[in-house]
Design a protein around this ligand. Structure first.
Ligand SMILES: CCCCCCCC/C=C\CCCCCCCC(=O)SCCNC(=O)CCNC(=O)[C@H](O)C(C)(C)COP(=O)(O)OP(=O)(O)OC[C@H]1O[C@@H](n2cnc3c(N)ncnc32)[C@H](O)[C@@H]1OP(=O)(O)O
Ligand SMILES: Cc1cc2nc3c(=O)[nH]c(=O)nc-3n(C[C@H](O)[C@H](O)[C@H](O)COP(=O)(O)OP(=O)(O)OC[C@H]3O[C@@H](n4cnc5c(N)ncnc54)[C@H](O)[C@@H]3O)c2cc1C
Length: 666
């Protein structure tokens, strides 16, 4: 905010019962993370090249060129200022424009790191780190995305030349969707079925050069282009999602990523001791980052809706006094505050997921693979439920802002359009929940065998208790006890998984049973994932959290998140007998009183996200709350208002009006 400028939300900030600066540290993860983030946000916001308020007005070509300009400028600044990897990634975050760089840094580099041998890493990573090559992740095809084993592109070993021949045998085998592929990438990690000596060995990754490093022309045998406009204006259209076909393209043998499986000079196929599933490792990594991204997108929408709800007044004036701030309506609170609580919940679960991922990666390096299935289930499941909830929440925030939320300059329409594909990319959310369900059913089926479930399924080890326990909640206050809440969530989740397992057992063919019961399985998986989010929020509160009143606020938010989920899925809790209808009603009573506790802290709780006005890019979400004059000024900047009489008046409006006059005279 400018020094000396009026702060229309100052009154809201004064009622806060906690230290906002300390909450900023907790949100950022550490004082260091906050400092870096803050510095990089300001660096980006103060640089005119990174302007983004005109994105929705630009044509596709202008938008795309502008994206290239921003990416090049960001890289120049990163090099000039010798920014660290952490700082550079924050710069990309605050530039806030989907671009080929997301895939280069987010998938191409991790794929080589995760699936390449030491030698391959040494050869390719330095080039990628300096951006002397730009890469994408080319897995999905026109005919297959979810079903990775169904991919049709082939990679056939030619022992005569010691090469692989990469080929697209059908139209449906065309690579379709990879970001950065359409117009920018010089290289791809392309996924193809490995064929050696006429034998198939499953899908593997291959580094393929696509374009000349001199003039950017596609190499012989490569057909490549952009797949076209996507949902919304601006939004994800700055990304060149691409189509790619191979016509018998030859690459050296050592460009197959060989950490999992090696093909020797003689054409021998050697499986290393690394599990085959590691070929899917890049997706596990990215799913984990997408959970963190969900908390960013959600907190951004909630920040806009909360500030605007405090500014906006409607009805309720008494004796000529001001009208009611819409944030004081209980309905507004019951729609908004659970989303605020969800933003914090997703933040902390993503922190935990990152530590789980780091731990599993270290174990994999040591040759320990036992925790891989849980890492897969957690990343897949949490990616699914957090992105679905966030996509719905952004739309809810738009509605919470009434008519003005529909204006592009509220920032919400574009945020929605950019965000919704997160429910699809990196694994369709339903397909991913089915993966979780498989893991849960397997865990349940092993309970009798003496195998003790660990990690996020440890609670299933107490199946005997959880299958018949009764919640002892007697008052609304009892719902503030995390143990009571967790037990209700555990009972619901376990009972849903067990019911699925019992129903599955009725089918002679388990796969047929799984297909028939898929809808129930997905619900059981979601229940398990919600339990994880609730548990990790409560566990976060066990830590030392410094700052006046900070922990107290987080306690309130954790209860709001848990009881909101309970209220929303009351049917599950009741039908499994995990709680009684009376206890459900008490949870709702508690939720109401928690909303009242959040109310005086709401604006400060979104200030703690520490977003600049540049990052928010929303007239409604401005830090100073100066909404109306800005909306008014912005309207006049629309190109339609460049002329008072619009283009087209002479051709289309005037003849119409004249005709009416003639008619009137008749
Ligand atoms: C990138 C940016 C990052 C930085 C910025 C962060 C912010 C982000 C914001 C904005 C930028 C975003 C940019 C967008 C990026 C988008 C990119 C893409 O979309 S890339 C394409 C993704 N494609 C999919 O995800 C396909 C989904 N399909 C699959 O994953 C599989 O095919 C699956 C799991 C559905 C089925 O796999 P099966 O056909 O092998 O089938 P089964 O038989 O079920 O699995 C066999 C065994 O393998 C395990 N498994 C499966 N997947 C695993 C995995 N990943 N890890 C470990 N185990 C796995 C299973 O649990 C199963 O285990 P048992 O045999 O039961 O013990
Ligand atoms: C913006 C965007 C960026 C992308 N970027 C990349 C990229 O960089 N690289 C890349 O390789 N790919 C990329 N993709 C592709 C993306 O990963 C796939 O679209 C995604 O994995 C979903 O696969 P699909 O399109 O085949 O969906 P489908 O599987 O065809 O899904 C269609 C419907 O079928 C349902 N369905 C499918 N299988 C099952 C099942 N077994 N049981 C029940 N229901 C099922 C789904 O739930 C869904 O409702 C991107 C996609 C988008 C939208």
């Amino acid at each position: 905010m400018e020094v000396g400028a009026p702060d229309y939300l100052a009154g809201e900030r004064q009622t806060a019962e906690f230290d906002v600066e300390s909450m900023k540290v907790t949100w950022a993860g550490s004082r260091h993370a906050l400092e870096v983030s803050d510095r990089m946000a300001r660096l980006v916001a103060s640089d005119p090249v990174f302007r983004k308020d005109n994105r929705v007005m630009l044509s596709r070509k202008e938008l795309f060129k502008n994206t290239l300009r921003k990416a090049a400028h960001a890289w120049k600044r990163i090099v000039e200022l010798r920014l660290t990897e952490e700082e550079a990634s924050r710069v990309r975050f605050f530039v806030d424009e989907p671009a080929f760089t997301d895939l280069h840094w987010g998938m191409f580099v991790p794929a080589i790191k995760g699936q390449g041998t030491e030698e391959q890493q040494q050869k390719w990573l330095p080039l990628a780190y300096k951006m002397q090559i730009i890469g994408c992740y080319a897995q999905t095809e026109l005919g297959h995305g979810s079903n990775v084993q169904g991919l049709e592109t082939t990679a056939t070993f030619d022992p005569k030349t010691d090469e692989f021949i990469i080929h697209s045998p059908t139209l449906t085998s065309s690579k379709w969707w990879p970001g950065g592929l359409g117009k920018v990438s010089t290289h791809a990690v392309a996924y193809a079925r490995l064929i050696v000596d006429g034998q198939e060995h499953g899908v593997h990754g291959f580094i393929v050069q696509l374009r000349s490093l001199d003039d950017h022309m596609p190499l012989p045998g490569i057909t490549v282009g952009d797949i076209g406009m996507k949902f919304g204006s601006g939004a994800y259209n700055s990304m060149d999602n691409g189509v790619l076909r191979f016509d018998n393209v030859r690459i050296p043998r050592d460009q197959m990523l060989m950490r999992v499986l090696q093909v020797t000079r003689e054409g021998k196929v050697i499986q290393s001791d690394v599990p085959r599933q590691l070929i899917y490792g890049t997706m596990v990594f990215v799913r984990q980052t997408i959970v963190a991204d969900a908390s960013c997108a959600l907190s951004r929408a909630v920040c806009i809706a909360t500030r605007y709800s405090a500014v906006r007044r409607q009805f309720g004036s008494q004796n000529g006094g001001p009208e009611t701030q819409v944030i004081d309506y209980k309905t507004q609170q019951s729609r908004l505050f659970p989303l605020l609580a969800s933003a914090y919940a997703f933040r902390f679960v993503s922190e935990w997921l990152k530590s789980l991922y780091t731990d599993v990666t270290e174990k994999l390096q040591r040759g320990e693979f036992s925790t891989l299935p849980e890492a897969h289930a957690c990343t897949a499941g949490l990616k699914s439920i957090t992105t679905s909830a966030t996509a719905d929440a952004i739309e809810e925030c738009r509605k919470l802002c009434g008519g003005h939320g529909y204006l592009a300059n509220s920032g919400l329409p574009e945020l929605f359009a950019v965000y919704v594909p997160a429910c699809t990319y990196e694994g369709d959310n339903t397909v991913l929940l089915l993966q979780v369900a498989r893991f849960l059913v397997k865990t349940v089926s092993q309970l009798g065998s003496g195998k003790v479930p660990v990690g996020t399924t440890a609670y299933m080890g107490r199946a005997r208790h959880l299958i018949q326990c009764k919640s002892n909640v007697q008052s609304a206050e009892d719902w503030l006890n995390p143990q009571v809440v967790v037990e209700a969530f555990e009972a619901r989740s376990l009972r849903m998984s067990v019911a699925c397992a019992e129903n599955l057992a009725k089918f002679p063919n388990p796969e047929e049973g799984f297909a028939q019961l898929a809808a129930d399985l997905v619900e059981a998986a979601a229940a398990h994932c919600q339990l994880i989010v609730v548990t990790k929020f409560f566990e976060k509160l066990q830590q030392d959290i410094p700052g006046k009143g900070v922990k107290k606020q987080l306690q309130i938010l954790s209860s709001v998140y848990a009881l909101y989920i309970l209220h929303k899925h009351l049917g599950d809790f009741l039908s499994t007998g995990s709680i009684t209808p009376k206890q459900g009603a008490l949870a709702n009573d508690q939720l109401r009183s928690l909303y009242s506790k959040i109310r005086p802290n709401a604006v400060a709780l979104v200030d703690a996200f520490n977003y600049t006005d540049h990052y928010l890019s929303s007239v409604l979400g401005r830090y100073d709350g100066n909404v109306y004059p800005t909306l008014y000024e912005e309207a006049w900047k629309d190109p339609l208002n460049d002329s008072v009489v619009p283009d087209g008046y002479q051709e289309y409006i005037r003849p119409l009006l004249k005709q009416q006059i003639r008619n009137a005279r008749l």
